[in-house]
Design a protein around this ligand. Structure first.
Ligand SMILES: [Zn+2]
Length: 101
């Protein structure tokens, strides 16, 4: 599956329209929480089960979305963080992840 349209809605959610006409919505908060870069992945691993994600509003605002090859998107967050490369299957995975984390 490939996205035909990706947009940020009200600085709250990321909308992805796929080429099979399905739509995936991901809260920006969740997108940031599941940032796939090495630093964030390590932080997640070190967290306990009771971890409460705390973000400043800057960290969950999207400044820019850019294509990475034909397999992923990168996101520049308002706080400058931009090392997370979100491969398309990963976006689908995040969308299905339990939101209560
Ligand atoms: Zn990250």
């Amino acid at each position: 599956m490939k996205p035909v349209l990706i947009k940020v809605h009200n600085q709250k959610e990321l909308f992805i329209n796929w080429d099979d006409n399905t739509v995936t919505k991901i809260e920006l908060k969740k997108l940031r929480r599941f940032c796939p870069c090495a630093t964030c992945a390590m932080n997640r691993e070190n967290e306990s089960k009771t971890y409460i994600p705390l973000f400043t509003s800057d960290q969950i605002k999207v400044l820019r979305i850019f294509e990475v090859g034909s397999y992923a998107i990168g996101i520049t967050w308002n706080d400058g963080h931009n090392t997370g490369i979100y491969e398309f299957p990963y976006l689908n995975y995040i969308a299905k992840e339990n939101d209560s984390l």
